[in-house]
Design a protein around this ligand. Structure first.
Ligand code: PAF
Length: 318
């Protein structure tokens, strides 16, 4: 199986390290750094991986070439939501297929990012038959510095189809392979429901921790619960308009559970704001705001959070 991982951030390198550890000769693994760092690191092929138990290893990675991309069975895209469209646009010309500047039909694309809304952006750039999957993971991983990642928390991964044809045997094979590399990996027939759960968690924890400059655990405190209830009620209303039924009280329990389980963590959005980086807010509360506009539903709490984060650091447009 030819696997290209796009993105040298925490999640990209985490999957690279775990798939590499299988030492499976039937896997041809390569890494395509995302546009931002490409020039800077084009000649570099070393990365450092600190295991969950603390052992650090220097390892080599194989840089993806146009040939790797042409022959890819799977392209696992581990970049921020606002970079996904750019990555697909960047890959197509590398394939140099004069008739059809699109990724091969047979290649499965896996999206692994926070937020929602990228699928609609990339669909026009893909073949109609293209399989697109979503990967949601709760593994904790941080990037200590460029090309050095630390696996900070064990979690699980959910994988499911969001576009294209069901191919049960290929999906089973892929799930088993990823599961061997970094368990648990669970195939989900209804990944959309899981995406909405993850989106809700991010709509609450990410902006609140960023605006109050607190660790995730604070969000579980009674002080935040009324505001959380309002954020979730708006999400449930727009999801309903999108024909996705959600349960508000179950969602609130899940949010509090994740905040408690990751109590000492700094959310990705808070980390982005502190480092003056672009945030994913347009694909989180901004996505809820846009859906509200589409369905003529008011989403004042999510809209206000989106605007407050935008005021701290203007994000790339969706
Ligand atoms: O974006 C993040 O930081 C994470 O998705 C989560 C679940 C909020 C935990 O920090």
């Amino acid at each position: 199986m030819n696997i290209v991982i796009v993105g040298q951030g925490a999640i990209g390198l985490l999957w690279y390290a775990h798939l590499q550890s299988l030492s499976d000769p039937s896997i041809n693994l390569s890494l395509l750094p995302s546009t931002a760092d490409k020039e800077q690191h084009s000649s570099q092929s070393l990365y450092c991986y600190t295991h969950f138990l603390g052992l650090s290893e220097q390892r080599y990675y194989q840089l993806a070439t146009p040939q790797h991309l042409k022959q890819a069975d799977v392209i696992l895209i581990c970049v921020k939501s606002y970079q996904v469209r750019g990555v697909i646009k960047q890959i197509a010309p590398l394939l140099n297929t004069t008739l059809n500047q699109k990724i091969n039909k047979q290649t499965s694309i896996i999206l692994a990012h926070n937020g929602m809304g990228t699928l609609a952006e990339i669909t026009p750039l893909l073949n109609k038959e293209q399989s697109v999957l979503t990967l949601l993971t709760t593994h904790g991983c941080t990037r200590a510095m460029p090309y050095h990642i630390i696996h900070t928390g064990l979690g699980e991964t959910h994988l499911g189809l969001v576009q294209g044809q069901q191919n049960s045997s290929a999906q089973k094979q892929l799930t088993q392979l990823l599961h061997r590399a970094m368990p648990q990996v669970i195939w989900q027939e209804n990944i959309i429901e899981k995406q909405w759960l993850k989106l809700t968690i991010n709509c609450v924890i990410n902006p609140l921790t960023a605006l109050h400059n607190v660790n995730n655990g604070e969000i579980a405190k009674p002080y935040y619960q009324t505001q959380i209830k309002t954020i979730i009620a708006e999400i449930v209303a727009v999801a309903q308009a999108e024909a996705q039924p959600l349960n508000a009280s179950e969602l609130q329990q899940q949010v509090v559970k994740v905040a408690t389980q990751t109590a000492k963590n700094c959310s990705s959005m808070r980390a982005d704001i502190l480092a003056k980086r672009v945030t994913e807010i347009n694909y989180i509360n901004g996505y809820i705001h846009r859906l509200g506009m589409k369905h003529q539903l008011k989403t004042p709490e999510n809209t206000q959070l989106w605007q407050a984060i935008m005021a701290k650091h203007p994000s790339k447009s969706h």
